[in-house]
Design a protein around this ligand. Structure first.
Ligand code: UD1
Length: 340
C-alpha cells in the first residue's frame, strides 16, 4: 500500500483528502502542528475510515523534527502538502509570519526528499489569477500581481516547485489551483472549523443560520455581475479531495514527467446572493443578511475552465450547490451539538 504523507491532514481539505486516500487504497500518514486544526478530528476520521490514521504532531519549519519523522517513517511514496497559513487579512498584517511559515515548510520538505522519487501535490489557489482578463480562466492565463502576502506565497511556491523540477531537485509535482472549497463530508463528522470569526462566505452563512452571528453582510452589490454581487466557482470539498487522488494516480504513470498545474473548480460561477438563496432553499432556514460595502482586495468574478482537469486528470466535480449547502449546514448543526 503506497504511503502518502498528508501535511495539514487534520485541516479542512486535508481531513477530507485522508478519507478519499483510504477509499482509494492509500495509507495516509498525517503531519499537522495543530496550529489551525483540532486533534479530535483524528477521532472523527477514525469513525469514517474505521481506524486511526498515523499522526505526527510537529511544525514542518523545524528541520530537526522533520528529520526525526523521516527516521521513523522512511518509506514515503507521495506527499500532499496542505499545511500552510491561509488567512488573507492576517497575511497583510503579518507578512513575515506567512512567508516564514509557508516557505520554510515547503523548502524543508523539498530539501529532505530531494534525492528520493516522491510524487508531490501542492495546494495552490485561483488567487494566482487575480481578476482574469478572460473567463472561464484557464491554466495558461497570466499570473497577476498578488493582492496579499498569502496569495504571493502561493505564486512563489509554484515557481519554487517549477525551478526544483527543472533542476532535477524534485521529480514529479502537480500544483492544484483550488477555486472556492465549501461543504462537508456526508457523514457530517468532518468539515470546516473556522478559527474565530469566519472570513469565508459559507462558514459565515452557517454560523449566522445557527445563531452564532447576528447577520451576514454581502460585500457589495454594485459589481458588473448579474445581480451585482461577486461571482466565485464554489466546489464541494469532497470533489476537491478526490482530485488529489487523481493527481497521485496521474503521477504514478510512467509517462508523467516534471511539473503540471490544474484548475479545481466546477466550471460554473455563482454570485453571493445566489449562494444565500441556495442555502435558504435547500435548508429551509432564512438568513438575516444585509448589503454592505465592497471588501478590499476582492475580485469581481472568477470561475475556472476545467477542460484540462477533465482531460488529463480524468477528474470532474460531481456535487452541486445544493449538496454543498446542505452538507455545510449538517456539519454546522453537528458541531453545535457535539463541540470538539
Ligand atoms: C478568499 C481569498 C482567496 C483565498 C481563499 C481561501 C480574498 C480576496 N481571497 O477567497 O485568496 O484563496 O479565501 O479561503 O480574500 N463574502 C461576503 N460576505 C462575507 C464573506 C464573503 O459577501 O461575510 C463574499 C466575498 O466578497 C466573495 C465571496 O463571498 O465574493 C467569497 O468570499 P470568500 O469565501 O472569502 O472567498 P474568496 O474571497 O473568493
Amino acid at each position: 500500500m503506497a504511503k502518502i504523507l498528508v501535511t495539514g491532514g487534520l485541516g479542512y481539505i486535508g481531513s477530507h483528502t485522508v478519507v478519499e486516500l483510504v477509499a482509494a487504497g492509500y495509507e495516509p500518514i498525517i503531519v499537522d502542528d495543530l496550529s489551525n486544526s483540532n486533534v479530535k478530528i483524528l477521532d472523527q476520521l477514525s469513525r469514517i475510515i474505521g481506524f486511526k490514521p498515523a499522526f505526527y504532531q510537529f511544525d514542518l519549519c523545524d528541520m530537526q523534527k522533520l528529520n526525526e519523522f523521516i527516521a521513523v517513517e522512511p518509506e514515503i511514496d507521495g506527499i500532499i502538502h496542505f499545511a500552510a497559513f491561509k488567512a488573507v487579512g492576517e497575511s497583510v498584517r503579518n507578512p513575515l509570519k506567512y512567508y516564514r511559515n509557508n516557505f520554510y515548510s515547503l523548502l524543508n520538505l523539498l530539501e529532505v526528499y530531494k534525492t528520493k522519487t516522491i510524487n508531490f501535490v501542492f495546494s495552490s489557489s485561483c488567487t494566482v489569477y487575480g481578476q482574469p482578463d478572460e473567463l472561464p480562466v484557464t491554466e495558461n492565463a497570466p499570473v497577476k500581481m498578488a493582492e496579499s502576502p498569502y496569495g504571493n506565497t502561493k505564486q512563489i511556491a509554484e515557481e519554487i516547485l517549477r525551478d526544483a523540477i527543472t533542476a532535477g531537485e524534485a521529480q514529479k509535482v502537480i500544483a492544484l489551483r483550488y477555486f472556492n472549497p465549501v461543504g462537508a463530508h456526508d457523514t457530517a463528522l468532518i468539515g470546516e472549523l473556522p478559527n474565530g470569526v469566519p472570513q469565508n462566505l459559507v462558514p459565515f452563512i452557517t454560523q449566522t443560520a445557527i445563531g452564532k452571528r447576528e447577520k451576514i453582510t454581502v460585500f457589495g452589490n454594485n459589481y458588473n455581475t448579474k445581480d451585482g454581487s461577486c461571482v466565485r466557482d464554489y466546489i464541494h470539498v469532497v470533489d476537491l479531495a478526490k482530485a488529489h487522488v487523481a493527481a497521485l494516480r496521474l503521477m504514478e504513470n510512467e509517462g508523467f514527467k516534471g511539473y503540471d498545474v490544474f484548475n479545481l473548480g466546477t466550471g460554473n460561477g455563482n454570485t453571493v446572493l445566489e449562494i444565500i438563496a441556495a442555502f435558504e432553499n435547500t435548508t429551509g432556514v432564512r438568513l438575516n443578511y444585509e448589503i454592505g460595502p465592497r471588501r478590499e482586495g476582492d475580485v469581481e468574478k472568477v470561475w475556472g475552465d476545467v477542460t484540462k482537469s477533465t482531460n488529463k486528470l480524468h477528474w470532474q466535480a460531481q456535487l452541486g450547490i445544493d449538496i454543498m449547502m446542505s452538507s455545510a449546514w449538517e456539519w454546522e448543526k453537528y458541531i453545535a451539538e457535539n463541540p470538539l
